[in-house]
Design a protein around this ligand. Structure first.
Ligand SMILES: Nc1nc2c(ncn2[C@@H]2O[C@H](COP(=O)(O)OP(=O)(O)OP(=O)(O)O)[C@@H](O)[C@H]2O)c(=O)[nH]1
Ligand SMILES: [Mg+2]
Length: 234
């Protein structure tokens, strides 16, 4: 099974300098067989950093994290896509775990920040607004779309891998930060096999989020409404 590691970046140079050396080399031990990056219009030397290290970088004509997923699906030949954001939230230590779970038949593998044994960025805060909102959207997805199989604890996290076969069935069309939520919901709708493992979410290393809480939350609500209104199988 050929797994393509797809690094998603927009102005992440300082984070890449820390995270990229931790990704390792492609190969059976590393959990992926090729590395590409999709860039959402960086102006801080992110693209140059990656190209100097031999990474093929695809640019985007339209901004958006979902748009980056579609470029990966369109441009990269692979049996599965493993998405990685190098901003510090996701640990490269988990990269090898995806291959085993995909090889065992998972359609979608999610590194969960919410299940037993996992750590969420906000766990040390008293008010965990982002975690609570995430959990509310996750509850809605499970109640609205789960047909069988276990409760999915983190329907939103971007640290995930999906098979090419699943992508071809799901007909995803979200272009923004709702891409993962739409992907999980559609996998649930189709009764696909979703497997999670616990991960430890780290803090952002540098820079600012591109996903401000309120507009992003409203987009998630719209995404949920659209999925509820459309047939169970897209
Ligand atoms: N290719 C591409 N990557 C993007 C785009 N928008 C965001 N990203 C990347 O997606 C990853 C996650 O985005 P963030 O802005 O960190 O969103 P977040 O993880 O919800 O927010 P934080 O709490 O700041 O970590 C980062 O590596 C970004 O550089 C885009 O339009 N195109
Ligand atoms: Mg992040």
């Amino acid at each position: 099974m050929k797994i393509a590691l797809c690094i998603l970046v927009r102005n992440e140079r300082p984070c890449l300098e820390v995270m990229f050396p931790r990704i390792g080399e492609p190969g059976p031990e590393a959990g992926y067989d090729a590395i590409v990056a999709i860039d959402g219009g960086s102006t801080d030397g992110t693209v140059e950093y990656l190209r100097q290290r031999g990474v093929t970088v695809f640019g985007q004509s339209r901004r958006g994290r979902g748009e980056a997923f579609h470029i990966a699906f369109r441009e990269v030949e692979a049996d599965a896509y493993l998405f990685f954001s190098p901003d510090g939230n996701e640990t490269p230590d988990d990269l090898p775990r995806f291959r085993t779970l995909l090889a065992n038949g998972a359609d979608l593998v999610i590194a969960s920040r919410m299940m037993k044994g996992a750590v969420n960025e906000e766990d040390e805060n008293f008010f965990k607004f982002r975690k609570w909102a995430n959990n509310a959207f996750t509850l809605a997805a499970n109640l609205g779309f789960r047909r069988s199989g276990p409760y999915i604890t983190d329907t939103i996290n971007g640290y995930r891998a999906i098979t090419r076969q699943a992508v071809e069935v799901l007909k995803l069309d979200a272009v923004d930060y709702t891409i993962e939520y739409q992907m999980t919901i559609r996998c649930l709708k189709h009764g696909m096999r979703i497997v999670e493992f616990p991960t430890v979410e780290g803090p952002r290393i540098a820079g600012d989020t591109g996903a401000p809480a309120i507009p992003t939350g409203l987009r998630f609500l719209r995404c949920l409404g659209r999925e509820l209104a459309s047939p169970r199988r897209s």
